[in-house]
Write a protein that binds this ligand. Structure first.
Ligand code: CAA
Length: 245
């Protein structure tokens, strides 16, 4: 049965830049009430809100209490949170023998811990109401590994496992939980990869270019739609053919 889009309240973590901003814009265009979370870049967040009208709220998704408290505040102001996009992520690239414990821990705490914290804050309500959509942004590097990224690859791979486990818990309550595994997308994060290294990576992408943030947002739009109810526990790979999984 074809179902129409209903307006819902959606939170996008790391939502003021890159892939997160594209997801916010797409969900907003679909009529949802969107709230962007961000962690650090005040200036970009202000510019984002000015340009889009989407409110941006600052907290660290790696901080469990901050997730609970901010999600409660958002629900009180805007209504029950039905859609969560766990997009916030950082890199601390380096080969293992040079990687500090902090580089490991920051990435695990924010990228993977953030998914747990946001799910704890929102999944019980979705389960009670009988409808919910969680999309976790994983990575090609969580599927295939990447030189210099034991921390990031482990966290992203963890996100894919987390997704499949929570999907099983949500299925009979109308809550779908899926992951998207982007390849190399034209964002600040990828721009930080040293140019000669990036050139070699792009040379291995069959489609022959970096992806665009909007191409990930389109995947999110489907997974969060009313019509996406039979798709859960999946990983949608959007990577230009770089890794066929
Ligand atoms: N495979 C095998 N060997 C490699 C390699 C690779 N992919 N990349 C580098 N090496 C080798 C180099 O050839 C070099 O070897 P020699 O010493 O024999 O010459 C050695 O490793 C050291 O290389 P670097 O000089 O680059 O070492 P470094 O310590 O200065 O930097 C690094 C290492 C930080 C990992 C750097 O190579 C780097 O930034 N790589 C990119 C990592 C990457 O792809 N990150 C993705 C970020 S974007 C993202 O994560 C989003 C997403 O989801 C896709």
């Amino acid at each position: 049965m074809e179902r129409q889009t209903m307006a819902r309240v959606a939170i996008v973590t790391g939502g003021t830049r890159g892939i997160g901003a594209a997801i916010c814009n797409r969900l907003h265009k679909q009529g949802h009430t969107v709230i962007a979370n961000y962690a650090g870049n005040e200036e970009k967040a202000r510019a984002f809100t000015q340009a889009t009208g989407i409110p941006a709220i600052r907290w660290d998704v790696g901080d469990h209490e901050a997730c609970i408290h901010n999600c409660n505040d958002i629900a009180a102001e805007y209504g029950p949170i039905d859609i969560v996009i766990n997009n916030a992520g950082v890199t601390r690239d380096g080969v293992l023998h040079k990687m500090s414990f902090d580089d490991w821990n920051d990435v695990m705490r924010i990228n993977l811990g953030g998914c747990f914290n946001m799910a704890k804050a929102t999944f019980p309500g979705m389960r009670e109401r009988g409808w919910g959509r969680i999309v976790n942004i994983g990575s090609i590097n969580g599927q295939a590994g990447q030189y210099g990224q034991v921390n990031y690859a482990a966290a992203k791979s963890g996100i894919h496992g987390f997704t499949k486990a929570l999907a099983q818990e949500g299925a009979k309550f109308g809550v779908t939980v899926n992951a998207i595994a982007p390849g190399y997308i034209d964002t600040d994060m990828v721009a930080a990869v040293p140019a000669p290294v990036l050139e070699k990576i792009v040379a291995k992408i069959p489609v022959g270019r970096l992806g665009m943030a909007e191409e990930i947002a389109r995947g999110v739009a489907f997974l969060t739609s009313e019509n996406g109810g039979f798709m859960t526990g999946s990983t949608m790979s959007i990577n230009g053919g770089q890794h066929m999984y």
